[in-house]
Structures are given as C-alpha cells and as structure tokens.
Design a protein around this ligand. Structure first.
Ligand code: PLP
Length: 401
C-alpha cells in the first residue's frame, strides 16, 4: 500500500485505525506453502489469536488455511467465517473439561496439553480423535547451542511423561491422531528447530494411529532493519526432507501441520494515528497521538520496536521524537526515534501492526477500540466499525442508590 492509499483510508474511516493489506497476507501464505511444497500433505492452521477479525479468517480460509484456536470463542469465530470444523484445531491451555467437550461437539480437532484432562476426556470419549501437545524442552539458546527449555513451562505435556501418556492411552483405548509442539520461542536457528522436531518424530513412533504431526509456530518476522527473520525456505527444504523420510519409516503418509500467526499477518498490518500535540520539554520533543497502549500495547508490553513513519510529511527534515499516547499513564511507543518533521494533525503509520495488536486492544480510559479496514483488490473495506459510547455502557448495570 502507498502512503496515498493509507491517507485515503484514514481520511474516510478516521483515526486511530488498523489497516491490513490482503495481498501481503496472501504473499506470506504462499511463501510458507511454497517452502514446504516437497511435502505431500501440508496444512497451515492460522493462529486466530494474532488477528481474529472474521473477514481476515475468511480470507485466509479462501487461500487454503485452516485455523488454530485457543478458546471456544475463537472456534465459534472460525465457524462464523465458514471454516469447516475439521480444519480447525483447538489448542487450549488450562481450560475446563466442559469447554473441551463443547469444542469436541462442534466437531473440531481437540489438542490436549495436560495429563489430567487427557485421562478424563479419554475415559468419556474414547472414540473422539485427540492430538497431544508435547513439551520437548528445547529452546533456542543463542546462535548455535541447544539448551533445554525450562522444565516448569505451563504448556504441553513433558516429553519425560511419555510413559504416563502411553498408560492413559492404553487404559482408555483412546484414539491419538496427532502429535503437536509449540514452544512459543522464535525459530532463529533452524538446527535447533530440527532438533526439537526429532524429539517429536521419536514421540510419534509410540502411537500407531497418527494422521498428522503439528510443529506449531515460531516463525519470526523482521520488525526493524537488521532483525533476524526465520529462513522459511531453508527450514522448508530441510524439514520436508526429514518429514518424508519419517513417513516412510512410520509406514504412512502423514500431514505436516503448522500454526503461524505473526508470520501471516504481522507485516500486513499498519496502525494509523493522528498527532494531537507536539510538545517540547527541556529534554525531548514529544509527538502525542490520538491513541495509547489501550489500542496498541506491544511496545509497552514487550518492548517491541515498530517502525514509525510520518506519512503526511515523508520528505520532511528528520528530527528526533518521543512518540507517546494520550492516555493517563506512561504509554511510550518510541524514544529518540528519527522521524521526518512532525506537525500537529499529521498521520503517523506504525508498521508490523497486524499481529497481537487489535486483539490486545482494550477500553482503558473509556476510549473506543479502533476500526479495522482490509485493503483488498485496490480498495479499503471497513471490516470492523469503531466502537461507540453504547459499547462502553451496554453491559453496565446501573442500580438504584
Ligand atoms: C500463539 C500460538 C501460535 C502462533 O504463534 P505466532 O508466534 O504468532 O506464530 C501457534 N500455536 C499456538 C498453540 C499458539 O498458542
């Protein structure tokens, strides 16, 4: 999208605004599927929590993606988007047995990540196919060394508990059709990821009825110049080869599954906000925008560095700014950032705002959450309206005092 495109949508739908470029989502989807073209059966389940707008889900499904969901509500969003239940995997952590039962009734693939629920679910529904989330205890520890991931992570069933898993499966006669891992750490070193994959293959041999192996996510995208990104082409080549070998060993053509969120939508998103005030202090120049961490929390929560461009004055002389918000709390988007000269009323564009941005927005300070626009086939389409005062008060119950 050009600056003019961005300025035209913000003129029409006002700020603050999230804009997603459908062609970038498509390019990322194709990049990943092309990297794994050597595998006969590939499934990409888009992680809904990254960006859960129904139109975005629909678009990814049209491209061929299924969904990875972490709550019954995300499952329902996927069904609203028209995604077939068999293309939705439900990977919750620490939810009740009741919620898992509800998801199973909706016909989605269940993924269980603790022994207690595995035993209870297997006892009640031995015929429902279940995937098991394994914690391989492998994390990238620097450039070349492999370190054992922290054993007390709340995610997955420890690989060391494999004998206990096997005992439950044997006793309940439940049907395990998939093995899964998602360590949550970025894939910076492909060899570390391949090492974790070997643990998954080793685990897979303990189950006779598998249909798929799910390698989770961890695809890293660049946020700023010089950032390392996952070399998906190299990973695709190496893991596909190894996966095909494993299928031969296993004696069956399995499906290789991934569940990327950030990789598919992060770079497609731009957050647009207007500068309300330019304020000089004794130590810096603040550019204060009509937003805050209520709309865009990643810089404050994770210290993530999003590129900021002044699209109203891209050729202006560069100066150093502290870009902050308007909520009554410290909400810094960037410090000492070189940005072309900012005037009050200018529109700033924040990059990499597709993943974990809108989905983490709140009504703090009783502000409305932003609108969302999908740039599709050369035009901006409103896919979520800005909230109104009604949204702020609709669930409040005012009692007589
Ligand atoms: C969040 C999540 C993902 C997606 O992670 P990204 O870093 O956005 O790719 C995948 N799988 C599970 C189980 C998750 O919880």
């Amino acid at each position: 999208m050009t600056h003019q495109d961005l300025l035209s949508v913000v003129r029409e739908y006002e700020s603050p605004l999230y804009v997603y470029d459908a062609s970038k989502i498509e390019a990322q989807y194709k990049r990943l599927s092309t990297a794994f073209k050597g595998v006969k059966q590939l499934r990409i389940h888009y992680a809904v929590k990254a960006l859960s707008n129904i139109t975005v889900l629909k678009f990814l499904n049209k491209l061929g993606a299924g969904l990875d969901t972490v709550s019954i509500q995300e499952v329902r969003l996927g069904l609203e988007a028209g995604v077939a239940p068999q293309h939705i995997i439900y990977t919750p952590n620490g939810v009740s047995l009741e919620e898992i039962e509800k998801a199973a009734q909706l016909g989605v693939q269940i993924n269980i990540d603790n022994l207690s629920i595995l035993e209870q679910f297997g006892t009640r529904y031995p015929d429902t196919p279940v995937c098991i989330r394994i914690n391989p205890h492998v994390m990238a520890g620097g450039n070349t060394n492999i370190s054992v991931g922290h054993i007390d992570s709340k995610f997955g069933i420890s690989i060391h508990q494999l004998p206990h898993i096997e005992r439950i499966v044997k006793n309940t006669k439940m049907n395990i059709n998939g093995i899964h891992m998602h360590t949550g750490s970025d894939i910076l070193d492909i060899d570390v990821f391949l090492y974790a994959s070997e643990i998954l293959f080793e685990t897979a041999k303990h189950f006779d009825n598998l249909e798929f192996i799910d390698f989770g996510s961890g695809f890293k995208v660049p946020y700023k110049a010089g950032d390392i990104e996952t070399n998906v082409e190299e990973l695709g080549k190496k893991l596909s080869k190894r996966f095909n070998e494993f299928c031969k060993e296993y004696g069956k053509e399995l499906t290789l599954a991934f569940e990327p969120g950030k990789f598919l939508v992060s770079e497609a998103g731009t957050f647009l906000a207007q500068v309300n005030v330019v304020k000089q202090t004794t130590s810096t120049v603040f550019a204060q925008i009509d937003s805050g961490f209520n709309h865009f929390i990643r810089p404050m929560l994770y210290g993530s560095q999003h590129e900021i461009e002044n699209i109203s004055n891209p050729k202006g002389r560069e100066r150093f700014y502290s870009v902050v918000g308007y909520i009554c709390e410290t909400d810094t988007f960037a410090n000492n950032r070189r940005i072309s000269e900012i005037r009050e009323g200018d529109i700033l564009a924040f990059s990499n705002a597709g993943a974990y941005c809108f989905t983490m927005a709140s009504n703090y300070n009783s502000r409305y959450r932003p609108a969302e626009v999908l740039w599709y086939e050369g035009k901006g389409h409103l896919i979520r309206k800005r909230e109104t005062f009604d949204d702020i008060i609709k669930n409040q119950v005012v009692i007589d005092l």
